[in-house]
Design a protein. Structure first.
Length: 254
């Protein structure tokens, strides 16, 4: 098979950039080469190109880190995603119905949870939250797991454990991936899942399934103090909010 000219260089460049973004701090060219499985000369050449483009900066004589060009690119990119803007009025309405809880949309992209339009009455809406989160502590994350084959769901939960460890923030959180998946399956009702006193004491979170967005699982999520609504009341509010959000979602091919 003939490779597309430049595709390998592009792939390596993206791998280097991703490695820097996921690192806990600056990395040397040697460390980057090791993590990206390439020669140090190749890593240095890629870094030079990324520095020139403004996506990487040299923070010391030997170390490199992401530069502000990545933030600028990300901010500009948000204008291409209707999921950030179109459902926002509906989410704000949901925040009124569920006050003082926070409502948001959650999309799973390649095993990572992305949150959109986090809205709470009386506060500014947080447009986008891309910071990754342990799947086993997330109501939309676990709801997505219940739809997958058992093998795929357990693999994804193990990958989440490898990335975050397995924090058992309350006694409700099971010790293993298998126990967590089985528990989540028992909690699902009408395409919704509610977790009370799970991610943290005094906290409740719930998720309702929405249609996939460009092939990625999507859910409506509600989270907040556990003493505001009972589990069943929160589930009813969640379903009412879903009926508001559904017509506001971007068209599948939009």
């Amino acid at each position: 098979m003939t490779s597309i000219p430049g595709a390998q260089s592009l792939s390596r460049g993206l791998r280097v950039l991703t490695t820097l973004v996921h690192a806990d701090g600056p990395l040397t060219a040697t460390e980057i080469a090791h993590r990206c499985h390439c020669h140090q000369t190749t890593a240095s050449r890629i870094l030079a190109a990324l520095i020139e483009a403004g996506y990487v900066r040299k923070v010391s004589y030997r170390e490199f880190a992401p530069d502000f060009g990545l933030l600028a690119l990300g901010i500009e990119a948000t204008g291409h995603f209707d999921l950030i803007s179109l459902p926002r009025p509906a989410l704000d309405r949901c925040a009124e119905i569920c006050a003082p809880m926070m409502v948001s949309l959650c999309l799973m992209w390649r095993g990572q949870l992305l949150y959109f339009d986090q809205s709470t009455r009386g506060f500014d809406t947080r447009v986008f939250q891309g910071k990754d989160y342990p799947i086993h502590l997330s109501s939309p994350g676990l709801l997505f797991m219940t739809e997958m084959s058992r093998t795929e769901a357990l693999q994804m939960l193990r990958a989440s454990r490898h990335k975050f460890g397995w924090p058992r923030t309350t006694a409700s959180v099971p010790e293993t991936e298998t126990e967590t998946l089985d528990h989540a399956l028992r909690l699902v009702r009408n395409d919704t899942l509610v977790l009370k006193e799970w991610a943290e004491p005094g906290h409740i979170t719930a998720a309702a399934r929405l249609p996939d967005h460009h092939g990625h699982p999507l859910a409506l999520a509600i989270a907040g103090p556990a003493d505001i609504f009972s589990v069943e009341t929160l589930r009813m509010r969640l379903l009412a909010c879903r009926s508001l959000v559904l017509p506001a979602l971007p068209a599948p091919n939009g």
